[in-house]
Write a protein that binds this ligand. Structure first.
Ligand SMILES: NC(=O)c1ccc[n+]([C@@H]2O[C@H](COP(=O)([O-])OP(=O)(O)OC[C@H]3O[C@@H](n4cnc5c(N)ncnc54)[C@H](OP(=O)(O)O)[C@@H]3O)[C@@H](O)[C@H]2O)c1
Length: 288
């Protein structure tokens, strides 16, 4: 089977790239320089020439706040690209987000919960999900995998940003009223390979997050700063989402859901506790 990995330089795509190599998979993975996915004509030519058997789509517009301004670009990458790829009737693994929901607090959100995004990025993800659902209903096989709070060894992410800030700050203000579960990009890529490439589950929506107790961003930072820096970790000042927005306006403008806790009701549990995953991540960056 010939796989096509799109977005191999991103937080998640990097992990697929490493695992595909390790497993000796037959795959192609054009960079954004080799194939600009905004160029529909080039995408068509590429897919018709390469005829992959499955696409792993890790490309997306992921800057949540900038998306409120760069709507056209966000829409082009998150929705139009999906529409273009669906034309080739090639099975797609698509990634969506906790940001398609605005669920009540204290619930674990199941796969069939109603979508009600609070920001533009979330709306584009919802629209992409609708296109995928329509294609599935027409008899095609695709998998829509919702995940959240990714961290990993490539690209800037919450963990790497806070660790960097901890070097020059004795106090850090961090949001305490958004609750979720962090997800290690490497664990997500492993689970996707197992459940959607090697032995594929039926087409549809799936939730994949690391397991363990839900936590706020402030609680998450407290955990990994303590693990990394012990008693010399900076103090964490808990702030609400609205305080954070006021403090960071106009850089932070998008609304975020308070609840990002996803429930997996369809897959055998293969994701470990997020604390164990964070510990491994911290050890891996120390060894670099
Ligand atoms: N990050 C999270 O916390 C999170 C949470 C929930 C869901 N997700 C979803 O998970 C998926 C992966 O996210 P991620 O965080 O790994 O994304 P990311 O780090 O932002 O990576 C985006 C990828 O898209 C590529 N790309 C951008 N514009 C392109 C273009 N015009 N042509 C070709 N490639 C282009 C980038 O390539 P270059 O490096 O060459 O620009 C990069 O490889 C996305 O669908 C995202 O919505 C992410």
């Amino acid at each position: 089977m010939k796989l096509c990995l799109l977005g191999k330089t991103g937080l998640l795509g990097t992990e697929f790239f490493k695992l595909f190599k390790k497993k000796g998979f037959d795959f192609i993975s054009p960079s954004s320089k080799e194939l600009n996915l905004l160029d529909t004509k080039k995408v068509k030519e590429y897919m018709e020439k390469e005829t992959p058997d499955q696409i792993i789509l890790c490309v997306a517009y992921t800057n949540i706040d900038l998306a409120e301004k760069e709507k056209e670009l966000c829409e082009a990458l998150n929705v139009k690209l999906v529409k273009t790829l669906l034309r080739f009737n090639i099975p797609i693994v698509h990634f969506s987000s906790d940001y398609v929901f605005s669920a009540p607090e204290n619930m674990k959100i199941p796969e069939d919960f109603e979508l009600n995004p609070l920001n533009f990025y979330g709306k584009t993800k919802q629209n992409a999900e609708m296109l995928i659902e329509k294609s599935i209903l027409a008899g095609n096989t695709h998998w829509n995998i919702r995940t959240s709070w990714l961290f990993g060894t490539s690209s800037k992410n919450f963990v790497s940003t806070i660790l960097k800030l901890s070097k020059s700050n004795t106090t850090l203000k961090i949001i305490d009223d958004q609750i979720g579960r962090p997800t290690f990009a490497k664990d997500l890529a492993k689970a996707v390979i197992k459940h959607f490439i090697e032995t594929p589950f039926p087409a549809g929506n799936y939730h994949l997050q690391n397991t363990g107790n839900p936590i706020s961003w402030a609680g998450f930072a407290t955990y990994f700063l303590k693990q990394e820096l012990g008693n010399s970790a900076p103090q964490i000042e808990k702030v609400s989402s609205s305080q954070w927005k006021n403090l960071n306006f106009p850089k932070v403008i998008a609304n975020r859901p308070k609840n990002s806790v996803l429930k997996n009701t369809k897959l055998p549990e293969s994701m470990r506790n997020w604390k164990i995953a964070v510990d491994e991540y911290l050890a891996s960056i120390q060894n670099k």
